[in-house]
Design a protein around this ligand. Sequence first.
Ligand SMILES: O=C(O)CC1=CCC(=O)O1
Length: 92
Amino acid sequence: MKFMCQMSITFPESMSPETKADYQAQEKEYSQALQRAGEFEAIYRVAGRYANVSIFEVESNDRLHEILSGFPMFPYMDIVTTPLCKHPNSIK
Ligand SMILES: O=C(O)CC1=CCC(=O)O1
């Protein structure tokens, strides 16, 4: 099952730069492990925003929820999830 997730991140103004950097380092480690495992197919930065567009290939809705809620920055994310289907004109 393929999904597009649009994530935007808002840290509290009171959060220190050190805490932000720690979240970002944890996020990178978690994200890259999922990418290596093949469940996290792609991630793009949205130009001009602290947001991304991510593509996941997972076995179930429950697995997607497990992945998303496991992101260290999950408490600071707003996530919009869109299920994707094959396009009839795709050559892949
Ligand atoms: O977009 C970000 O920086 C937050 C994020 C979510 C998954 C990831 O790898 O980074």
